[in-house]
Write a protein that binds this ligand. Structure first.
Ligand code: BGC
Length: 394
């Protein structure tokens, strides 16, 4: 889904909010969502003053987002809100602009407003436990969406196969390096940078685990040498850019490959690589198959992304909410230990979870996989590509 679409949706939502607040005639049972620009929103939970759910009114479901900086989250908010409303639920949502405390306040706040279920994309899987445990104690069904929350009190965790995401990222980079081609030897190893995601996001840990699995044999053999290993706070592209600049300076630009963990951070790193004329020379990975990431792939700059179809994950979350609120369960959910999900034996308890498959994206399959399936619009993927160099519009 394109940023343009997202932007128009944000604009429409903002207009609706202005109109609703001007005339005070919004649908009674559907409080206006939190301001999309929660960026500057004060921690003071505006919704505490919202009227309690009227007797016989619709059941309310809350959505809590870590941020809207990464392309996918706004799209998922719009999609889940629609799907929930189609099923007859009222929806409230909040976005925490990477602020861990604000996210907990917003969750508390939605519980006060009477939500019966919460879908949470946690900024910090450990910090969110405080608010989520309170919610669960109040009888609210909490679904950890895409990112694990380290509480056995969540009703379920649904995500993609995050370890596989990491494997596919590293495999894409390794393939581009042509490790078997003879150029890379123990005397001339690949100088590799590992760029992890946000250290407070369990997905970043799982992704790293998958990357390491693929890289280990080469590192053990000595044909790949890790010259830099960093994590990017908040998955922020601006942080990634700075980190990459520093690494390039420290290594005298002698970097042969970057295993980055998502498209946003890969594109940040690519800016630094571009400034040193290394874009398109140094293989680099990402995930999400974002519009910009795919565009970078067709331009030959980003090497590989990983497609995770959010159009499947969001309905899954909504169906699960619906089932849980009707006292049913989902046969797809399987029991996992918190220890195995976090790669940390200290974490106790079990979680019911379900994981969707992921697919590697490169310039060879981006058209079939991403454009034809309408995951990203043709015009976004082929932005700046001359008409005679583009494939036919599907
Ligand atoms: C998600 C990625 C996303 C990243 C940054 C991760 O938890 O799995 O899809 O790119 O967060 O928002």
């Amino acid at each position: 889904m394109s940023r343009n679409i997202t932007r128009s949706i944000v604009t429409i939502l903002a207009l609706v909010m202005v109109v609703t607040s001007l005339y005070g005639c919004g649908p009674a049972a559907t409080p206006a969502p939190a301001q999309p620009a929660a960026t500057s929103a004060p921690a003071k939970p505006a919704a505490t003053s919202a009227p309690a759910q009227p007797a016989g009114g619709k059941v309310k479901v809350g959505l809590s987002f870590s941020d809207f900086a990464t392309e996918r989250w706004k799209n998922e908010q719009v999609l889940m809100e629609k799907l929930l409303k189609d099923k007859g639920y009222d929806v409230v949502w909040q976005e925490a602009n990477h602020d861990v405390k604000l996210q907990n306040d917003q969750i508390d706040n939605m519980v006060t407003q009477g939500v019966k279920a919460l879908i949470v994309i946690a900024e910090d899987g450990a910090a969110a436990v405080t608010a989520v445990d309170k919610a669960a104690k109040a009888g609210v069904k909490v679904i950890a969406y895409d990112r694990l929350i380290k509480s056995p009190n969540i009703a379920a965790y649904i995500s993609f196969n995050n370890t596989e995401v990491g494997r596919q990222e590293a495999l894409g980079v390794v393939k581009a390096l042509n490790m078997e081609g003879g150029k890379w030897t123990t005397a001339n190893p690949v100088k590799l940078m590992k760029m992890g995601g946000s250290p407070t996001d369990n997905n970043a840990i799982l992704v790293r685990q998958g990357q390491d699995e693929v890289l280990k044999p080469y590192i053990d053999k000595g044909t790949i040498k890790v010259v830099a290993d960093q994590w990017v706070d908040n998955w922020d592209p601006a942080n990634a850019l700075k980190i990459m600049e520093n690494v390039l300076t420290a290594q005298n630009n002698k970097i042969d490959a970057v295993v980055a963990s998502n498209d946003g951070t890969a594109l940040g790193a690519l800016q630094a690589l571009k400034a040193q004329k290394l874009a398109g020379v140094v293989p680099i990975s990402g995930q999400d198959a974002t519009a910009d990431g795919c565009n970078s792939i067709v331009k030959g700059e980003q090497t590989v992304s990983v497609y995770k179809d959010i159009r499947l994950l969001s309905p899954l979350a909504v169906d699960l909410v619906d089932k849980l609120l009707k006292g049913q369960t989902d046969p797809n959910l399987k029991k996992y230990t918190m220890a195995e999900l976090t790669n940390d034996p200290k974490n106790a308890g079990d979680v019911m979870a379900y994981f969707l498959p992921v697919v590697q994206v490169t310039k060879d399959n981006v058209y079939d996989l991403i454009v034809k399936s309408k995951f990203q619009p043709y015009d976004d993927v082929y932005r700046d590509i001359p008409a005679d160099k583009r494939p036919a519009k599907p």
